[in-house]
Ligand binder design. Structure first.
Ligand code: NDP
Ligand code: GDP
Length: 339
């Protein structure tokens, strides 16, 4: 019998990579998708899986839709990737973020608890839960210290996932993923904002890219590697939570500097703090500048994960390092905007 996997957030970055992975493992993939006027299937198309999955209407705030899907299919594994996933937006929309990113998980787990059959459940937790970090690198023992509505909602979801495992003996796990990127990453996130921004400047359709805190540090990995760890977590005998990270940390500035190489931009940084800018040597044109609009009301200055236990127990390791990640993303966007 083919296993049936339900992926919520199928239209997102991880949804596409995970769908591709599960199809390659002969799963039937049901993709839960909220109705959208936009073309939200472009990622699935890009990976060549759009017509290989079953799409079902799904809105995380509508419990009846969740019940309907679980009654329609005998689902073996649930990957809950749906969320309002952008930290910046969560400050503007804290209530809807909490409803979807936090309470949404409780809705799914309540439905699962009341089912006759018991699917395994994966929750997409986030390194943002470590927030204003209390130790570095962060391990499974590091206390959480969230500093955004997004992170607080994710923490609620994380503890709810643990509670349903302990209280009801369900196979529910939570992967604490550090930032993971790809050419399919949303364009609001800084990595993709940089690679699309530089591509547009190169193509002459953007003058200058505006960014926020370029000294923020992140542990950036490749999304394709991270969905593999998610799948591994649901194949274990024992349900437990893991950190998924590369163990290397870089600044936004380093990401920009590394990316510049692929656009043949010879440029230098000048100025301080919010007056800092990146200027082309050949004509003194500013191509990147700081706009305080992109500062967060509460910033997470640095995140660095220790995934040594994950590597040992799941026999998982990231295959794409920082330099390769920047290369893959830069070349992909260069092609999109400079055909
Ligand atoms: P994306 O933002 O690319 O995808 C989020 C998905 O959730 C989209 O398909 C979106 O649909 C869907 N969604 C949003 N709101 C609702 C809703 N109300 N009902 C149903 N679906 C909804 O995120 P990623 O793929 O990058 O990340 C996957 C998960 O992992 C997210 O939960 C994210 O918070 C978490 N995570 C991601 C990290 C990363 O670095 N990428 C790091 C740590 C955790 P739509 O297209 O309609 O907006
Ligand atoms: P996050 O770690 O989930 O918040 O992922 P993001 O890619 O959105 O942000 C990573 C870091 O980049 C954060 O510390 C941001 O403050 C910083 N950053 C600096 N400039 C920008 C910007 O213009 N957009 C975004 N999204 N982040 C920025």
């Amino acid at each position: 019998m083919k296993k049936i996997a339900l992926i919520t957030g199928i239209s997102g970055q991880d949804g596409a990579y995970l769908a591709k992975l599960l199809l390659s493992k002969n799963y039937t993939v049901v993709g839960a998708d909220r109705r959208s006027a936009r073309d939200d299937k472009w990622r699935l198309r890009k990976l060549g899986v759009e017509n290989k999955i079953i799409i079902e209407d799904f809105e995380l705030s509508e419990i009846t839709q969740i019940i309907r899907i679980f009654n329609k299919y005998k689902i073996s594994e649930v990957y809950n990737l749906a969320a309002q996933s952008f930290v910046g937006s969560s400050f503007l929309n804290p209530i809807s973020t909490s409803d979807v990113t936090g309470l949404g998980v409780l809705r799914i787990l309540e439905v699962i608890r009341n089912l006759k059959y018991k699917p395994k459940f994966y929750q997409a937790s986030s390194s943002e839960m470590f927030g204003d970090v209390l130790e570095s690198p962060q391990t499974m023992k590091t206390p959480f210290n969230p500093v955004s509505p997004y992170a607080i909602s994710k923490l609620f979801a994380h503890y709810t996932t643990i509670n349903y495992r302990k209280a009801y003996d369900l196979f529910t796990v939570s992967g604490i993923c550090f930032n993971h990127e790809s050419p399919l990453r949303g364009e609001d996130f800084i990595t993709r904002k940089i690679t699309t921004g530089l591509s547009k400047i190169k193509a002459g359709i953007l003058d200058c890219l505006e960014v926020g805190n370029i000294d923020a540090k992140r542990d950036w990995g490749f999304a394709g590697d991270y969905v593999h760890a998610m799948w591994l977590m649901l194949q274990q005998k024992k349900a437990r939570d893991y950190i998924i990270a590369t163990g290397k940390m870089y600044t936004v500035r380093q990401f920009i500097n590394e990316s510049l190489k692929y656009f043949d931009f010879d440029a230098y940084w000048t100025g301080k703090n919010e007056n800092e800018k990146l200027v082309l040597k050949k004509n003194n044109k500013t191509i990147i500048k700081i706009n305080k609009k992109f500062y967060r009301p509460n910033e997470v200055e640095k995140l660095l994960g220790d995934a040594s236990l994950t590597k040992k127990q799941l026999k998982w390791k990231p295959s794409v390092n920082f330099k390769n990640l920047v290369k893959i993303m830069s070349l992909s966007d260069l092609e999109v905007y400079n055909r």
